[in-house]
Ligand binder design. Structure first.
Ligand code: ADP
Length: 542
């Protein structure tokens, strides 16, 4: 017997319609590339998204076409999130931090038809425009007065002209919820980039789950500032979550330095933010160096790379900002686990509670996970056994776009390439990415633990641990360190700081000090580059 409930497709346009109807006067504030602060409401967003949907149709964009963006977090990008997907086309967010050759490769692979860009990226557009094969028009996300002249970019259109020229009456079409909605390529830290093609259904289900109190915990009472870029994995779903819950949204545009972010947090009353650890490092350095505090910030979601416990305690103990440690991947839309405590943990002392918070957290409903050994057999959830993390669920990819790389699943599970433990309470902890694991004498050394201890040292700004060749042990850990400005520490002091904190044989054999550690397009440490840089490094003989 079937239930007697209505059937409504889970479509991205319904999020916008909901926000417009029920939170119409809620604000969206954007620091713009133009330099000023722009304000409007969800009602305005809805109207302009519909105008843009008409403009897309008028320029021949039809169902399933890929529409690319190269843009910061801002209201025009938000309009495209809804106008493109809402009208049945596919929003393809390109990452402007990639090399132009990679941008060309990805745009061709995706067969993008139109590319919208923020003026910051005009030089990149000039470099790629003559080379891309399928893009028919480029749209500068600005008004007529700021349109670039003499750029040589062919078929260059003006965003505000398109908005002005088209009417706001547009009925969002209804279609199968399994229709593709947006496309994001993995940043290619592991070989050629591959596209994760999200659907309306996967996106709406992910939005429901990610908004929950034990996940990203967002409500109409929040003011959300996504630092995490809208050009990578849909800013962890926050542009959709904000519409679902009716929260005020604040977009930082290109200004992601500590001072700019802190000013915006304070002036707009931001309560929750989200980003990778390297961004928070800049913010904390600014707040510490200028004796500032957070007046309204209550929570920050930290993910994309392991959040060092030292960063967690700075936020929580010094500034009373709760850290939500989260884990996810492009292939997971991206939220998989978030670390929030259970009632029984309230009785624990600070150290024990912090040890739990350092974990990547519990699976949100919808994500099922397990760990397997090298033979593929499932390992116990005892917090000790570590193996490859496998996931499945309605917002996990089933294949990559155009079937690249073949069938990625193993018995229906997606192998994440992360190595982790899962404890009896369901808390997952990443010890490494399988390709970053250091193999010493046939045993694994987890680089994340070693890095966390290094960055807890007051003189260390950034640290990465990699394996380097060793004649006897195969590989041994080498610690690469960037010191804080004006601070000093020696190799011996750093090595001594590991004493008693880890198994002795895990202690790094050597430390090198560098001015910079290479970061990838999503702000993560590029260990493959470091391994290349130090492949001939001579470890001191014991
Ligand atoms: P890529 O960097 O390859 O593009 P993603 O941006 O999708 O991939 O990042 C996914 C990877 O980032 C995960 O597989 C994991 O290795 C790492 N990651 C994400 N969140 C965390 C976290 N909280 N702790 C440790 N690693 C994380």
């Amino acid at each position: 017997m079937n239930g007697l409930m209505q059937q409504h497709a889970l479509l991205i346009s319904t999020l916008l319609t909901h926000a417009e109807r029920h939170h119409g006067d809620q604000e969206i504030v954007s620091r713009r590339v133009e330099g000023d602060v722009h304000r409007y409401t969800y009602r305005d967003l809805g109207e302009r998204a519909r105008r843009m949907a008409n403009a897309l149709a008028a320029h021949g964009i039809s169902f399933g076409d890929r529409v690319a963006t190269l843009a910061w977090n801002g209201y025009r990008h938000m309009e495209l999130y809804y106008a493109v997907s809402g009208s049945g086309a596919v929003l393809h967010t390109l990452n402007p931090r990639l090399h132009p050759d990679q941008v060309v490769w990805i745009a061709d692979h995706a067969e993008d038809q139109v590319l919208f860009f923020d003026l910051t990226f005009l030089p990149l557009i000039e470099a790629i425009a003559p080379r891309v094969k399928t893009i028919k028009a480029f749209v500068a996300m600005t008004d007529r007065t700021r349109m670039p002249s003499g750029s040589g970019v062919p078929n260059l259109l003006c965003y505000e002209d398109l908005i002005e020229a088209h009417a706001p009456d547009f009925a969002w079409p209804s279609f199968d919820e399994n229709t593709a909605s947006s496309l994001c390529y993995t940043s290619g830290t592991t070989g050629n980039p591959k596209g994760a093609l999200y659907s309306h259904r996967s996106t709406v289900l992910h939005t429901y789950a990610a908004a929950l109190p034990d996940a990203l915990n967002c409500s109409a009472r929040d003011v959300i500032l996504p630092v995490v870029p809208m050009f990578h994995v849909n800013a962890w779903g926050l542009p959709y979550i904000a519409c679902m819950v009716g929260a005020k949204l604040v977009f930082p545009g290109p200004w992601l330095d500590g001072k700019s972010l802190h000013d915006l947090f304070e002036s707009e009353g931001v309560t929750v933010s989200a980003g990778v650890p390297t961004v928070w490092q800049g913010l904390l350095a600014y707040v510490e160096g200028n004796r500032k505090s957070f007046t309204t910030m209550r929570r920050t979601i930290i993910g994309g790379a392991a959040c060092p416990p030292a960063m967690m305690s700075a936020f929580q103990d010094r500034y009373d900002v709760q850290v939500l440690h989260a884990w996810g991947m492009t292939e997971l839309s991206p939220v998989g686990t978030v670390c929030t405590l259970k009632p029984k943990h309230q009785a624990l002392d600070d150290d024990a509670r912090r040890a739990i918070q350092a974990k990547q957290g519990r699976a949100v409903y919808g994500i099922d996970m397990k760990i397997v050994g090298e033979d593929g057999r499932e390992l116990p959830h005892d917090g000790k056994a570590s193996g490859e993390l496998m996931v499945r669920g309605p917002w996990v990819i089933s294949r990559y776009f155009k079937g690249e790389g073949g069938d990625p699943l193993v018995d229906g599970w997606f192998p994440t390439g992360d190595v982790s433990t899962i404890d009896p309470d369901g808390y997952m902890q990443i010890t490494d990415r399988s390709k970053d694991v250091i193999k010493s004498g046939g045993e694994w050394i987890g680089s994340i633990d070693l890095e966390n201890i290094a960055v807890a040292h007051p003189a260390v700004a950034l640290a990465a641990c990699i394996g380097t060749k060793h004649p006897k042990w195969d590989e041994r850990p080498l610690l690469v360190v960037v010191k804080k400005p004006g601070a000093d520490v020696t190799r011996e002091e750093l090595i001594a700081s590991y004493e008693g904190k880890i198994a002795k044989w895990w202690t790094p054999d050597d430390v090198v000090f560098v001015d910079d550690i290479p970061l990838g397009a999503t702000g993560k440490i590029q260990k493959n580059k470091l391994r290349e840089m130090f492949k001939h490094h001579c470890l001191p003989t014991a």
